[in-house]
Design a protein around this ligand. Structure first.
Ligand code: BTN
Length: 275
């Protein structure tokens, strides 16, 4: 559990500092999986890059890195991630799930349904999930997720879950009007970054057992309920090869199942476009 008032002080002042997460009294051991430190930085190149360095240095599972501003925020497919200073949640969470590499796809779905749950609680409306891990509100992207993993001969050593959730930003220069939204735009009010972060960590912690037990049913159900692509015609760019067909569902390992004229194809990575 994160000391929310202390986190708020750091985030509102835009200063750097570290907090320790603690297990609340009365909770059975093992029920609060994230106990690592929360590192808050006034400025960083990328929270994912810093979390990777911390992971390589042996940081514990549950370590959180948050930045007021990123100077080289990274998006999927080699893109960048822009965010006005102090307006949005820019964070990375270090996981050590002990799962085999073929199960990694479920981590993306796990992250997106956790974010979607937070967005729905705050906006009172519904959030959509676009494979693999975008979270949308009424067709506009509110959150991007960059999941990066370190593989060892024993399996997945560490996963860095990088989450950029648009909270108080009102304009998104360079994107079409229909491209992006934020909690502020959806609710007409500003939201406290510390509160949003704590509630997101809570949602992630709540579902993490499904990941470590490799019991993806709950996550897939939640994702399917919110999917904005299932049943639609899609085109997936798989490193230059285009797969076109109908999005049928997700496989137990998180792959997108597409019905094509040549049969059903499971896609584990790529960029989906609704046809
Ligand atoms: C996407 O392309 O949709 C993924 C964007 C992920 C952005 C977040 S912001 C926090 C974390 N640090 C990064 O450099 N990227 C992720």
């Amino acid at each position: 559990m994160i000391d929310e008032p202390k986190l708020r002080q750091l985030l509102e002042a835009g200063t750097s500092g570290t907090l320790q997460q603690h297990v609340p009294q009365g909770r059975p051991p093992g029920s609060a999986p994230f106990r690592g430190p929360v590192h808050v930085f006034s400025s960083l190149d990328s929270t994912n890059s810093r979390a990777r360095e911390l992971a390589a240095a042996g940081a514990p599972e549950g370590t959180v890195v948050v930045a007021h501003v990123q100077t080289a925020g990274r998006g999927r497919q080699g893109r960048g991630w822009m965010s006005e200073p102090g307006k949005n949640l820019l964070m990375s969470l270090l996981l050590r799930p002990g799962i085999p590499p073929e199960f990694l796809g479920i981590i993306s779905l796990y992250a997106s349904v956790s974010v979607a749950a937070v967005v729905e609680k705050i906006t009172g409306g519904s959030a959509g999930c676009k494979w693999p891990n975008d979270v949308m509100v009424a067709g506009r992207k509110i959150c991007g997720i960059l999941s990066e993993s370190a593989l060892t001969p024993e399996g997945v050593g560490a996963v860095i879950l990088g989450i950029g959730l648009n909270v108080n930003q009102e304009t998104f220069p360079g994107l079409p009007d229909t491209g992006a939204t934020s909690l502020r735009l959806e609710t007409g009010a500003d939201h406290d970054l510390a509160g949003v972060l704590c509630s997101l960590i809570g949602e992630l912690a709540d579902r993490y057992g499904s990941v470590t037990r490799r019991d993806s049913g709950r996550i897939i159900d939640e994702w399917t309920r919110r999917s904005v692509i299932l049943g639609s015609g899609v085109r997936v760019d798989r490193g230059g090869t285009i797969i076109a067909g109908t999005a049928l569902g997700v496989a137990p390992n998180g792959a997108l199942r597409i019905g094509t004229p040549d049969g059903v194809v499971d896609v584990v990575a790529g960029e989906v476009h609704i046809a």
